[in-house]
Each structure stands twice: as C-alpha cells, then as structure tokens.
Design a protein around this ligand. Structure first.
Ligand code: UDP
Ligand code: MG
Length: 154
C-alpha cells in the first residue's frame, strides 16, 4: 500500500480542469485520504522543489507554482493524497511526462499542459515521483491528523 501527493497547480485551477483531472485520476482505483486548498508560500514552494534550486528556470517555476502568473484568484493549489496499491506509478502514468509537448496526448499533462514563452512547463498537475519523495512531500503538505486512513488499513 502506497501514498502519493497530487497537486492541481494554479493553471489547472484557472483552466477549470479540477473535475476532468479527478475523473481521470479515478481510473487508478485509489482512495483519497487527504484533500485541501493551499496558498503556496515561497518557503513551501522552495522546499517542494528543492531538487531544482540550481536550475535557470527556478525563479519562474516558483512564480508559476505560487499562482503569481494566473491572477489573484488562482494563487492556490488543490492538494490531495491518494492511497492504494502502486499508487505512485499509477498516478504518474495518468499524469504523463514532465514536458507537456512530449507527454502522451491522452495523459493529463499531454492533454492540458503547455510551455510558456519563458520556457516553464505549465503541466497542470504535480504527482510524487517515488516512495521517498512521496513521504517527504506528504509530510511537507499535510499534518498527520489531516490524513484519513481506514482503520482496517492501519
Ligand atoms: N519544470 C520545468 N522545466 C523543466 C523541468 C521541470 O518547467 O525543464 C517544472 C515542471 O512544472 C515540473 C516541475 O518543474 O512539473 C518539477 O520538475 P520535475 O523534474 O520534478 O518533474 P515532475 O516530477 O513534475 O514530472
Ligand atoms: Mg518531481
């Protein structure tokens, strides 16, 4: 049994894709064990994307992730935790490749993502990449009491 963090990024919210994304993710047959709207502070954004801090696009990525390119109503993300067998890979598969131009068109990123003129991949959704990152990210975004686990699974 695995848990994975999913974020619907500001572009996903602005494009009104929340319903489409949740419907597509339901194909993975996983359980939602956490969900909330979060205004992303610079500190949280930096911690979330710490592995990219030396990249030339880092500052622009932080702006995008904080919703600063999408107007005041979209300075937020929808954060979800999914749980189930092989949850991390199942969600990554439905999300698609990082670069929306290379992503399979039937994936969320392939269908809805774009590359901005500044070169940032606005790819609509975050999905944890591996078990270590999933654990780190869930601890970063959620308090233990915000995760609802079925007693039989504990
Ligand atoms: N990103 C980008 N340009 C790149 C690589 C990444 O704009 O060349 C952005 C993109 O939004 C991506 C995020 O940075 O989702 C995190 O990158 P990562 O390599 O962790 O890809 P992911 O795990 O999201 O597929
Ligand atoms: Mg990643």
């Amino acid at each position: 049994m695995e848990k994975t963090l999913v974020l619907i990024k500001p572009d996903g919210l602005q494009k009104s894709l929340t319903g489409n994304i949740l419907t597509k993710l339901s194909e993975a047959k996983l359980e939602i064990v956490g969900a909330k709207v979060v205004r992303v502070s610079r500190d949280l954004a930096e911690k979330h994307y710490q592995h990219l801090k030396d990249k030339p696009f880092f500052e622009e990525l932080l702006k995008y992730f904080q919703g600063k390119l999408h107007g005041p109503h979209f300075e937020r993300v929808l954060a979800l935790v999914y749980q189930g067998e092989d949850a991390i890979n199942r969600v990554r598969k439905i999300a698609g490749a990082t670069n929306p131009e290379e992503a399979d068109p039937t994936t969320i990123r392939g269908a809805y993502g774009r590359i901005t003129t500044k070169g940032v991949f606005e790819n609509v959704i975050h999905a944890s990449s591996d078990p270590k990152n999933a654990q780190r990210e869930i601890d970063l975004w959620f308090k233990p009491e915000e995760i609802v686990i079925c007693p039989e699974d504990k």
